[in-house]
Design a protein around this ligand. Sequence first.
Ligand code: SF4
Length: 103
Amino acid sequence: MAKDKSPQRIAKELAETTALQTLYKAIENLADENISTPCFGNELFTMDFIHGDDIGDICTPCPVFTLCKNYAVIARPEAGVWAGRRWNSTHEKPIITESESND
Ligand code: SF4
């Protein structure tokens, strides 16, 4: 039998879900206007060997930056770059580039 979740855990999960739904809805609304976020289709946002700080400037003009950051602050996603940085401390790595990682 599954262990009951604490009220705090339930509240956090609800906040994460709400923030993510709000972000996705805003991205959907942009798509309806044929506007995509700067990260759309950009594999740099999912590569582990790229430090989030290296691509933060790409996010700066993003029309959903605040919503993206809001979700990341709440959820601290394990993977990827959100609002210009990584949010899980286990993924904070020294800045290295692909060419340096192949040395
Ligand atoms: S702020 Fe978020 S949605 Fe916008 S480009 Fe950056 S990662 Fe993508």
